[in-house]
Structure formats: structure tokens, C-alpha cells
Write a protein that binds this ligand. Sequence first.
Ligand SMILES: *Cc1c(COP(=O)(O)O)cnc(C)c1O
Length: 467
Amino acid sequence: MPSSNNYISTRGGEEPIGFCDAVMTGLAADGGLLLPEKIPDVRGKLNRWQGLPYPRLAAEVMACFIGKGDLPRATLDKLVQRSYKAFTHPDVAPVVPVGELHVMELFHGPTLAFKDIALQFLGHLFEHILEERRTHLNILGATSGDTGSAAIAGVRGKPSIEIFIMHPRGRVSPIQERQMTTVLDDNVHNIAIEGTFDDGQRILKELFGDLKLRETLHLGAVNSVNWARVLAQTVYYFHAAFRLRERTGCKQIQVAVPTGNFGDIFAGYIARRMGAPIRRLILATNANDILARFFATGRYQLGDVHNTLSPSMDIQVASNFERYLYYRLEEDPVRVATAMAEFKRTGELAVPGDDEAFTAGQCDDEQTLETIAHYHHEHNYLVDPHTAVGMNVAEAHLQPDCPTVCLATAHPAKFQDAIQRAVGKNVAHHPAISTLFDLNARCDTLPAERRAIVEFIKTTLRERGLL
Ligand SMILES: *Cc1c(COP(=O)(O)O)cnc(C)c1O
């Protein structure tokens, strides 16, 4: 069966491509992001999906976006089953009542953050596509913390993939560092660069910009604009609505999402457009409030990055925002390209009207600590600082006839310093965290220079017989 070419660029400068090509490419060639040509309406399927266990629901939701010639249904089922076996909770993403809120715990995967939900799947999907195409891929990434470990956990031990992850030496938390460097599989290569996260990003950009090098080294990326990551995340918005309907009989929910790169909440937006019973999405930011300000004013304005207690949300430009802009600008790629060019030139863009799908708010570090302390003392429930941002903003947006689900994006044991500050002692534990410091680690330290990184990659690939 031929593949159905149903992925287009937000900027309209490319012929449509199929699902597997969209996953392998990441970014569209015209600089835009890839999106499905049409979003399916699944309202007629909701009753049938209601009782499904998480992996079966995941396959149903994702199949709506994948041409049968791209990935046969039986293969998708198999990849999804494998992906969610790695989660330690039988429901994968349990939804628990906490005070007036409901919390969906997305942190039961191998690295204890929600990024595992997508990156476990992406790892298996990459492996399948590479085997079909009889080729291999060398993933290169730069991380400030959570993404690196989840990406490594997604591809460790896979024979068709090598992964190189740069982190700024001494500038990620000891737990985050250990989550990466204690993975000793032969295909995992951690690089501590003597520089900042921005140096890592810059090197990454330079290497990917060099098309010839990219080709000779078979380089690939796992960043948050990969469509498969968004797609895997739409699933749990349906899952949340179903669990809440069972518990409360409600017809609709609202969902609070701690937001950084706009990947997670954009998945919720797609789910809503498909017909998931979501009244609105509550976008929660920390002091980096560019997105909260956008939903209040219609203006998207570049600002300075502030370091906060919720570092995975410390972003300046949200990489998935352009996808939302495409819908907000009436699916007109010319308007998107114009707006993005304007943003590049002036650091600002404006959009008319508003969108009832969203409401937004922000929460600073002090409120984050208060929220952690409040839920610990009043409800005996411990949350990490990212989740706390979402819960704090959710409290200001409760609705009497519509329950609120807050996405818990990381396990509190990943952020023990913040817990210690909020509660007065460290009460956040997890066996996968406490044993990290007894394990052996492997990591190479290199100068933050493009040449040194390229040499390291080449030498490693030669040693491994891959170049
Ligand atoms: C990545 C991350 C976020 C932000 O998610 P986006 O998809 O970038 O908006 C929030 N919380 C945690 C713990 C994360 O790792």
C-alpha cells in the first residue's frame, strides 16, 4: 500500500509528505513545522474508546493520523504496547483526586517526567522505521535537563541508533546528570561541554545547518517539534476525559498544563479539535510568561529568560507555537510565514481576536513554593515545582460545572531542592532516584567547540564500525 502524503508545512513551501517521513525529518524544509493536512473528527468514536486501557487508546488515537501504507495497524499496536510497558503504573497515567482538583500523573516512566510518554514511543518508532529502511541514525541533542535523559531512555540499547547528548558541565542538577550518565549502553554517548546550555544549542544549530555533514554523519534530532511527540501526547487528554467521566459523570473537563515549549498543551489543543470533551485548556507559565501574555493581549513578545524553580519551563521562544499560529491564522500558510518573518525581524508578532479554547495565567517561584507546601500539608500530596505552577494557576480558573484536571509533569523526587525549600525537609523519594548515586557513570568532557564535537562523533562512530 502506498503511503498517504498528508503532512504539510505551516509555511506552505513544501509538497505533502507521509507520516514516517514527517517523523524522520522533524522540521519542514522551508523552516516551518509539519502538521497533518486535516484533523480527524472522532466524536463518533468516543463511546467506543471510553473503557479502553491506555495502550489500546493510544493506538486508536494515533491511527487516525497515520496512513495504513505508512505504518500497518498491527505494527502500531506492537510499538505502542512496547512503549507503555516501560511505565510502572498499571494505568500508565493514573488520575487522582486532590482537593478540588484532579491530578493526572504523567511521571511513571523511566525518567520520571512526562517526556517519557512521547520519547518511549518515538524510540520504538525510529527503530522500526530504520529497520524497514535498512539504515541507521545518529541522534544529536543538547539538553538543559529533562529532555536528554528521556531521549536516552527512549533509545538505549537499540542497534540502529546511536545517541549523543550534550549537557553543560556542572550546570544541570546532579540528579539530571546522573539520569543521563549512568546509562551505560554502548550506543549512548554523554558529552559534558565546558560551556552553557546556549553553547550546546548553538553547536547543535551549526551542525544541523551543515547539510553535507548532516548527511555524512546520518544526524537526526529528537526535539520537541517532532510530530510524533505531539501525537503521542494527545492520547492522555482523551484518557483524562474518560477517567473523569467515570468518576464524576461530567460531560466536559478543563485541563491545566504547565507550559514551556508549548508542545504538551498543543497536543491538548489537537485533542480538542478532534472532539475530545475539553471545554478549555488552562495554560500555566512560571515567571517566563511570554505565552500567558500572548493569551491575554494577542501580542507575542520576546523577553529575557529568568531562571526559576521550574527549569523545564524556562524558555524564551516556544518552539511549537508556530503550529498553533497556523490554526489561529485560519490555516493560511502565507499569513504564518509573514508573521514568523515579522517575529524574526522585530521580536514581536500580533494576532487579532481571541480563542475560547484557552485561558492562561502565571505563577512565580514564591507562589510555587506555597502551592507545594499547601498540597503537602492540607492534602498529603506532594507535587514537583512544574506541576505546582499548573495547580496554582488552575485554582484561579475553577468552574462549578466542569472538573479540572492538572497535568503532573514530573515526580517530586526529581526536584528535591525545591521540595526541601517548600516543606522544610526533603520528603520526596523515589527508588529510581536514590539508587542513581550508587551506579557507575560514563561521560566525556569536551570544549564547547563545534570542531571538538564533530571529531568526537566521528571517532566514536569509527570505533563502533559505523563510519
Ligand atoms: C518539558 C517539561 C514541561 C514543559 O512542557 P512543554 O511541552 O515544553 O510545554 C513541563 N514540565 C516538565 C517537568 C517538563 O519536563
